[in-house]
Design a protein around this ligand. Structure first.
Ligand SMILES: C[S@@+](CC[C@H](N)C(=O)[O-])C[C@H]1O[C@@H](n2cnc3c(N)ncnc32)[C@H](O)[C@@H]1O
Length: 1002
């Protein structure tokens, strides 16, 4: 990495030392949300993903870039200009889209120009003639005209317009397109080259008094103006390395650390593989290719992947097999018998009566009906199911395993716990393992870029090869383990590891790998260059694809990865890749990107930070997020012995006890220690940016205490929609991150709970109203889904409360910095918890569902709000119990069971009107005698075909002050119509009720 040197004469040291940072005042959170989502959507095309997709939750680089620039740029007394400069640096200004957009064709641009009434001679027809006649009709008329449309379709740029002018014209035309749509049609800012920013520097330098010609130069100059040096950015929870990587790319000096060596390895990879020089990158690629061919030669020499005619395996499919206690037969455990949907390949179980077992036959090109039938295998809903001579045998896997509760309440079973020397099941184990199908590459296409494959049953030669691999492993495993070429680490019990231990009997990490996998991975480990750290990253990537828990995907004919989900799942059948299936991965290296900053990396706990940094940007572990400390042991087990330099300087242990996790007391204490240490290693004008995502109020109350305890004060909080969950397509659900900006707390401010409550109210209300307003204005722009859902609004409300609270050092005479680290009594509710709860209730008041008036909302009780809210959510297709629980807490509903029709985790739903039923007499105490109860009552009666007049009369009886509250009932009934829909029984009858009420003669 090179460090930029530049002429510093014009830059005066520390002129911006006390200037507030832009991110403390303004930040285009909305546009950044669109950019972050765009980056996420790139999936495996994201810059750092190729280092290891097993690392979940890397923060979007565009967000990190915005945090860095926002922390360095000053907020001046010209906010509009500040914002414009920020956007130009981020390539988020209108002009940038003249370059970024890479999908809008010239005819589409010409059409935009026509619609905007600015079509002149920028564009011409392909034959050089003008597009518009002298006397042209209106755009809408012209577009109806077939001949004109045809001409328009041939539009090209007028050759007289220069390249630069084209960019301007294009940008101007696109500026009318909503931002998110523009972003979706464009390159990401990080994909632009230095030359694409060439035009911004004059304006940037003029505004800032700098003399930069690149981001790196600007960053260095701003660092000098703020801190007297090139800015140093540290991240003590570096994880997959997004923050250090982007900081170094922007030209900062960087210190990255993480407790976990796999995190540090990925951060190292980001900085030194992706950030390598061209020559370094080429050299790494060459050594890696050499390693890969050496492994290939070894496997070829052993003839364990080739058959007699030269076909070479691509994948081996294995399943567990067990003796059915009911029939006494050995039965393969197959959730499905389909091998390939595209080629209609299935396996058939052919009974072998003599040996009371099944032959497994692969059949190609079956009929659609046979394919459909093969969807059901021998494993159905946790039961082993098969028929012998027409008799159906059905036994639960639980009983086969012998599941039971131990006296201490833990789940136990009869599976033998595997021992260190085991790598396949022993003959008398409950679960055996069986190879049942092989995908072969046809001999004449082996080694070709485009090869052909077929699936086949397993024959005796295949089994001989299996035995050969097993005997190689049997003879060598202990030796490999001794040398550090294979794992020998016990699996410690934990939330993620409990499953494999219990359901498979595995006790060591090498039990996750079958003989072929152990052999191949240990070859990679054995032949790796001890001076090639990048080969350790390769090994981890291979392990993610080479374990007993990689699913076979019959739709795409492909093997999944171990960490395609976040946990450590186990399966009854799996696929094992052979070498050709890994060759491309093994020989390839992620693309490089130039970095200008200098970076150091260390493994240590965050509270052990020793380097001073000007800005800390961190994304700390959250209470219930990914259990990195457990799942990374899967990789650590392969890499911990004799790691290559510089990894040999690190602690190769997940250090579970030191990992920050959980909630409450420990979480708070460890976070105070971490953030306190960071605050102590930051100059007085230093800044911290903390990224945080969490829905639970208690965690936010902890966060307030953490910052108090660490001597920090929240200056600003921004809400960014970062993660796009798959539900987005179904119901518009966006998961967000709060960006908290903190400074060292100076001085001390005292306040009283009563007055602080008022500040919290104002701040939270302002925050929620702003976001709700944004939702609405976006809807005005033709967007259908909300950008911010209720859960997001709630979180923004917490952040706003935090901003107010951490401004005080004393509340009601109590020193909050001392209070923060005080041990709590169990169940103790302190002033902060009360404030956060209060913030939630303020947020809720402001989160009025679409279709309900603020006036009615104010009058509703918690349970009524809960019910209406959930009706709204159900309309969006949500059925996760988590959601109901979140809102139960938010609306402070003590027991939600009376309102729930189903409480299953993935198919939760509210009770319908008919389920409250006359038997319960609509006696729903929490609904009191309000409009919701009345509407449910009315709907139920109409469903039961009670005469309309009688329904109205009954409503008058049960609804005090009926005439005054008729309008409320109509409003609620109409809400049901919109949310449930007219195709739904409840929705339709609610419509009838609304009409009855509206037309009732008074
Ligand atoms: C949310 S992740 C960071 C993700 C990262 N920003 C990225 O973009 O990939 C949190 C990180 O904190 C680390 N961690 C947990 N406890 C720690 C501790 N006590 N000290 C330092 N790091 C810790 C975990 O190993 C994990 O890598």
């Amino acid at each position: 990495m090179t460090v930029t040197t530049l002429d510093r004469r014009e830059i005066k040291v520390r002129t911006l030392a006390d200037a507030p940072a832009l991110i403390e005042r303004l930040w285009p959170a909305q546009k950044l949300s669109a950019e972050a989502k765009k980056e996420r959507k790139a999936g495996s095309g994201q810059t750092l993903t190729a280092l290891g997709s097993y690392w979940k939750g890397r923060k979007p680089l565009v967000l990190v870039r915005a945090c860095i620039l926002g922390s360095l740029l000053p907020a001046t007394d010209n906010p509009e200009a500040d914002l414009r400069i920020f956007e130009r640096l981020m390539a988020m200004d209108d002009l940038a889209f003249g370059i970024r957009d890479n999908r809008t064709s010239v005819p589409q641009l010409a059409t935009l120009a026509l619609k905007q009434g600015v079509l002149k001679d920028q564009f011409v027809c392909k034959d050089g003639s003008a597009i518009l006649a002298e006397q042209s009709a209106a755009a809408s008329e012209l577009l109806q005209d077939h001949q004109f449309s045809e001409r328009l379709r041939t539009a090209i740029w007028n050759p007289k317009i220069t390249a630069k002018e084209r960019i301007h014209i294009k940008a101007m035309l696109l500026s009318a397109v909503p931002y998110e749509e523009r972003v979706s049609r464009s390159l990401r800012p990080e994909e632009l080259g230095r030359e694409d920013y060439a035009d911004i520097w004059r304006e940037v330098n003029e505004h800032l008094g700098t003399s930069a010609n690149s981001h790196a130069e600007l960053v260095e100059q701003l660092g000098i103006m703020r801190f007297g040096r090139k800015p140093k950015i540290a991240d003590t929870f570096s994880g997959g390395g997004s923050i250090p990587f982007e900081a170094a790319r922007m030209g900062c000096d960087v210190h990255a650390s993480d407790l976990n060596p796999i995190a540090c390895m990925l951060t190292w990879g980001a900085l030194n593989i992706i950030g390598a020089s061209a020559a370094g990158h080429a050299e790494m690629k060459a050594t890696q290719a050499a390693l890969s061919s050496r492994v290939d030669r070894e496997i070829t020499m052993l003839a364990i992947e080739h058959d007699e005619v030269g076909n070479r395996a691509k994948a081996f499919l294995y399943c567990l097999e067990t003796r059915c206690p009911s029939s006494g037969w050995m039965v393969p455990l197959l959730p499905s018998r389909i091998i390939s949907k595209t080629r209609s390949v299935v396996v058939q179980l052919v009974p072998d009566r003599e040996n009371r077992r099944y032959e497994i036959e692969v059949v190609d090109g079956v009929s659609t009906a046979q394919l459909k039938a093969a969807e059901t295998g021998t494993l159905v809903d946790g039961y082993l199911v098969h028929s012998v001579d027409g008799e159906l045998h059905r036994t639960s896997i639980k009983s086969i395993r012998g599941d039971h509760r131990a006296p201490d309440g833990s789940s136990k079973n009869q599976l033998r716990q595997w021992e260190k020397a085991d790598f396949i099941p022993r003959g008398d184990d409950i679960f055996q393992e069986r190879l049942y199908c092989i995908q072969w590459i046809i001999a004449k296409t082996v080694g070709k870029q485009r090869y052909e494959t077929f699936f086949s049953s397993v024959n005796d030669s295949d089994l001989r090869r299996e035995k050969k691999v097993q005997s190689i492993v049997r003879e060598n495993l202990a030796k490999w383990q001794e040398a550090g070429w294979a794992p020998d680490m016990p699996i410690l019990d934990g939330r993620e590891t409990e499953g494999p231990i219990r359901t498979m009997g595995w006790t060591y990490w090498h039990h996750f790998f079958n003989p072929r996998q152990l052999h191949m991975l240990s070859c990679f480990r054995r032949f790796a260059d001890p001076d090639a750290p990048h080969e350790a990253l390769l090994l981890a990537k291979l392990a993610d694809r080479m374990a007993r828990n990689t699913r076979w995907d019959a739709s795409g004919e492909k093997s999944q990865t171990v960490f395609d989900t976040q946990g450590l799942k186990t399966f009854f059948n799996y696929s094992c890749r052979a070498f050709p299936y890994l060759r491309d991965l093994a020989e390839d290296l992620p693309n490089r990107h130039a970095l200008t900053g200098h970076a150091t990396i260390e493994t240590h706990p965050a509270d052990d930070v020793r380097e001073v940094a000007d800005i800390f940007i961190t994304d700390p572990p959250y209470a219930d997020a990914v259990h990195y400390h457990e799942i990374t042991e899967f990789f650590i087990s392969w890499l911990r012995r004799n790691p290559p330099s510089p990894f040999d300087q690190w602690t190769w242990d997940s250090r579970r006890p030191l990992a920050i996790k959980g909630e409450g007391e420990d979480f708070r204490r460890e976070m105070v220690a971490a953030y306190g240490a960071m605050a102590n290693h930051m100059p007085d004008n230093g800044l911290q940016v903390v990224m945080f995502t969490h829905q639970s109020g208690s965690v936010w109350a902890d966060l307030a205490q953490i910052f108090w305890g660490a001597g920090l004060q929240v200056q600003a909080a921004w809400y960014i929609a970062t993660e796009t969950t798959s539900e987005l397509r179904k119901g518009g659900y966006v998961q967000g991150t709060v960006i908290l900006v903190l400074r060292k707390r100076r001085g001390s401010v005292s306040g009283y709970e009563d007055e602080i409550v008022q500040d919290v109210r104002a701040e939270v209300a302002h925050q929620i109203d702003t976001l709700v307003g944004l939702n609405q204005s976006l809807k005005g722009n033709g967007r259908v889904e909300n950008l911010f859902e209720d859960a997001d609004l709630q979180m923004a409300g917490y952040a706003a409360a935090l901003r107010v609270l951490t401004g005080y050092t004393k509340i009601d005479g109590r020193d909050m910095t001392v209070e923060a680290v005080r041990q709590r009594r169990k169940g103790e509710v302190g002033v902060v918890d009360r404030m956060i709860e209060y913030a939630v209730s303020v947020a809720n008041e402001h989160m009025v569902p679409d279709g309900i008036s603020a006036r009615l909302w104010q009058q509703l009780k918690g349970p009524e709000r809960f019910y209406l809210k959930m009706v709204g959510l159900e309309a969006g297709g949500h059925s996760k119990l988590d959601n109901y629980q979140n809102f139960q807490r938010a609306f402070r509903v003590s027991d939600y069971n009376p309102f729930m029709g189903n409480v299953r985790p993935n198919s939760a739903r509210l009770k319908r009107a008919t389920e409250f039923g006359p038997r319960a007499g609509f006696d729903i105490p929490d609904f009191g005698d309000g409009a919701i109860r009345a509407v449910l009552f009315g709907v139920d009666a109409l469903v039961r075909e009670v005469e309309p007049e009688i329904v109205l009369a009954q409503l008058q009886d049960i609804m005090p002050d009926y005439f005054r509250r008729r309008q409320d009932m109509i409003e609620v009934a109409e809400y049901f119509v919109t949310k449930r829909g007219r195709d739904d029984d409840e929705g339709r009858h609610a419509g009838v009720l609304a009409n009855l009420l509206r037309n009732e003669r008074l």
